[in-house]
Design a protein around this ligand. Structure first.
Ligand SMILES: [Zn+2]
Length: 354
């Protein structure tokens, strides 16, 4: 072999290696590129036309320009809004047990039929299960759904299974509830108290014990209105900053000031303390006569949620975007409405207490 041939061979080998490296480089970095859409992402302070690149099912890059050659597939979404997956923090999805008249049964719905079609990727089941039946719920629904399902544990050990269970104060155990929450810290994100008809504070107090031990927020559906446990005391004394008051526009428990028609003193002082206020429309917890004057007075929701269940799904509620439309119709801008469906209220709550 002459020296020349040797050199040529070396060059050829080098070129081959280079070409190989080039081929590897040319492999698209992303699986999917959404191009030309208006990205609204409050958490990351983005409000403008951006490319969104996705790799292995996750957002890999958001930038003003991402070349189409860097993705296997490009979808033009000019003229559309692109948001993070929406979060609905109040749903009822412990379906499939066969129990009649129960939110741990026939009153709940399977999550996947109601989520992705309206941009929701994550839901929080608001207290269908308690510490006694959470693991059944997890096995039956949470672990099998494509929707990411978190849970708030009901302070009632048996969960949301009707009056016989939900009024049983002997089954409201903050310690046992906290122990279950701590066993599944990646799935149980809150404690729920709901539907209580008595004058006692026990459900709220035990829920706060559980929430404090597990360092997660408490969500309150304040049940039947009682002078012995006024809303003012709930929001200014009993709950902690970061806890959540749901059904904020229900008008069932003095949410509205009777003179100004804006938020009551309890609401104003509660918000100043750091209590969060959630819509939770459901079957009967959204009144225009409250929502309009309260929103006009500046009392907008911290979170827009559905309170999805078998009754609300075909009534005025329907789905997350329908509820969001109502809040927009009253005057809250789109950007803010999207923010109210995408923040991580729970990490805010944790931060507020740590
Ligand atoms: Zn509910």
């Amino acid at each position: 072999m002459t020296r020349n041939i040797l050199i040529q061979t070396m060059i050829a080998l080098a070129l081959a290696a280079g070409a190989n490296a080039f081929a590897q480089q040319a492999e698209p970095a992303y699986d999917l590129l959404l191009r030309g859409g208006h990205v609204l992402d409050d958490k990351n302070h983005i409000d403008g036309v951006m490319g969104v690149a996705i790799k292995d099912g996750k957002i890999a890059k958001v930038a003003a320009y991402i070349p189409p050659t860097s993705a296997l597939k490009t979808v033009e979404v000019k003229g559309l809004y692109v948001t993070p997956g929406l979060i609905d923090i109040h749903v009822h999805v412990y379906a499939g047990t066969g129990e009649r008249g129960s939110y741990a049964g026939d009153l709940s719905v399977p999550p996947d039929g109601f989520t992705f079609r309206v941009g929701v990727t994550t839901v929080v089941d608001a207290g269908c299960s308690g510490w006694r039946n959470f693991e059944d719920f997890k096995d039956r629904i949470i672990d099998r759904s494509k929707t990411r399902v978190f849970a708030m544990l009901n302070i009632v050990g048996a969960g949301m299974r009707g009056g016989h269970y939900e009024q049983n104060m002997d089954d409201m155990d903050g310690e046992a509830t906290a122990a279950m929450a701590l066993k599944y810290p990646n799935t149980i994100v809150g404690i729920k108290t709901a539907h209580f008809a008595g004058p006692e504070w026990k459900p709220v107090e035990q829920a706060v014990i559980a929430g404090t031990k597990a360092n997660i927020p408490v969500m309150v559906d304040f049940g039947v209105d009682h002078p012995e446990r006024p809303l003012y005391d709930l929001l200014t004394k009993k709950l902690r900053p970061g806890d959540i008051y749901t059904h904020m526009y229900s008008g069932l428990r003095h949410e509205q000031d009777p003179v100004t028609l804006g938020p009551s003193k309890a609401f104003i002082e509660g918000r100043q303390r750091g209590i969060y206020f959630d819509v939770g429309q459901g079957g009967g917890s959204f009144k225009w006569s409250l929502a309009v004057p309260m929103i006009k007075a500046g009392f907008i929701p911290d979170s827009i949620s559905t309170d999805l269940h078998v009754t609300s799904m075909n009534a005025a509620m329907k789905d997350e975007l329908n509820v969001a439309d109502k809040i927009m119709a009253i005057g809250v801008p789109l950007k803010q409405v999207v923010a109210e469906m995408t923040p991580d209220s729970f990490s805010h709550g944790r931060k507020a207490r740590s």
